[in-house]
Design a protein around this ligand. Structure first.
Ligand SMILES: C[S@@+](CC[C@H](N)C(=O)[O-])C[C@H]1O[C@@H](n2cnc3c(N)ncnc32)[C@H](O)[C@@H]1O
Length: 266
C-alpha cells in the first residue's frame, strides 16, 4: 500500500518551509563555540580589543609605574592577551572553559593559560595587574561568589598592583524582554545570532540562538543560555574594598553604559 503522499509543509516567510531541530545538523564541538565567540565578539560589536588593551596598559602604568606582569582572569579566547603580551613583560590567563582555553593557547604560544575558576584559584605567584574583562564577573551567581572572585584576584596582586574590572549591567541598566541580533562572517564562514534577554530576580538570562554556515560542513544550529547576576554598584564597590583595594575609581566604559572599575591593592 502506497498511501497518499504527505502534504507539503506550508511555506513560512521567505521561502522557508520547515524548521529543523538542532539534532538534524552536524554536531558542534566545544572548540566550535570558541570559534563562534571570536566571530561574534572579536572586534565586531563596537569593541576593539587592541584599543582596550592599550587603555588597560595606560591605566595600569599610571597607577603602578614599572608594572611588568598581568593576569587576565576569565580570559576567554585570549583576545585581550594577544595585545597585552606586547606591552607587559609577562602575561598569563585563567579560564574555565576548555574550548576557550585551547583557542587562547593556540593564539598565544608561550603564554600560560591556566584551567581555573575565578571564584577559587591559586597560581602561587603575584602580578602587577589583574584584569577581568567583558563582564565575565557577572558569571558569579551571588554576592558571596562575587567576593570570593575579588578575594582571589587581590591575592594574585603585588602591593600597589592594579585591578581593572569590567562589570556586568546593574539592575537599573538592564532591560528585560529585548531582542538583539548579530551577523558575522569570516570568509565563507557566516554566522547569525538572535538573543532574547529576560530577568529572573537578580539574574539576567540571555537565550541565544545561533546559525553557523560554512562550506564543507553545512549549517549548524545551537542555543546557549547565559545567566549573569545583576550586581549593584554598591555590591561591586563593597566587594572590591573588602578584598583590600583602595583608590577605587569608576571610569566611563569602552562602548556602552558599563563602566570600568579600576582599583589599587593597598
Ligand atoms: C564574555 S566572555 C569574556 C572573555 C574575555 N575576557 C573577553 O573579553 O573576550 C566570559 C568568559 O568568562 C569565562 N568564565 C565564566 N565563568 C567563569 C569562571 N567561574 N571562572 C573562569 N572563567 C569563567 C567564560 O568561559 C568566558 O570565556
Amino acid at each position: 500500500m502506497t498511501g497518499r503522499p504527505a502534504p507539503e509543509p506550508a511555506p513560512v516567510g521567505y521561502g522557508l518551509t520547515v524548521t529543523r531541530p538542532s539534532a538534524a545538523g552536524p554536531a558542534l564541538a566545544e572548540d566550535d563555540l570558541a570559534m563562534a565567540y571570536d566571530l561574534v565578539f572579536g572586534d565586531s560589536v563596537g569593541k576593539s580589543y587592541a584599543t582596550e588593551a592599550y587603555d588597560i596598559a595606560e591605566l595600569v602604568h599610571q597607577r603602578h609605574p614599572g608594572a611588568a606582569s598581568l593576569l587576565d582572569v576569565a580570559c576567554g579566547s585570549g583576545l585581550h592577551l594577544s595585545h597585552l603580551r606586547g606591552v607587559f613583560d609577562h602575561v598569563e590567563g585563567l579560564e574555565i572553559a576548555a574550548g576557550m582555553r585551547r583557542r587562547a593557547t593556540d593564539r598565544l604560544p608561550g603564554v600560560a593559560v591556566h584551567a581555573g575558576d575565578m571564584r577559587d584559584f591559586r597560581l602561587d605567584r603575584t602580578f602587577s595587574a589583574v584584569t577581568c574583562l567583558f563582564s565575565a564577573i557577572g558569571y558569579a551567581q551571588s554576592v558571596a561568589e562575587l567576593r570570593q572572585a575579588l578575594d582571589c584576584m587581590a591575592a594574585h596582586l603585588e602591593p600597589g598592583g592594579v585591578l581593572v574590572l569590567e562589570p556586568w549591567y546593574t539592575p537599573d541598566q538592564w532591560t528585560p524582554d529585548t531582542v538583539h541580533t548579530a551577523v558575522a562572517r569570516d570568509g565563507d564562514r557566516q554566522l547569525t545570532g538572535v538573543c532574547h534577554s529576560r530577568q529572573d530576580g537578580h539574574t539576567s538570562i540571555m537565550a541565544m540562538h545561533y546559525l553557523l554556515g560554512e562550506p564543507g560542513t553545512g549549517v549548524r544550529y545551537w542555543t546557549e543560555e547565559h545567566a549573569m547576576t545583576l550586581f549593584t554598584d554598591e555590591q561591586y564597590r563593597d566587594a572590591v574594598r573588602e578584598a583590600g583595594f583602595g583608590r577605587i575609581e569608576w571610569l566611563p566604559g569602552w562602548y556602552d553604559v558599563r563602566p570600568r572599575i579600576v582599583a589599587v591593592k593597598a
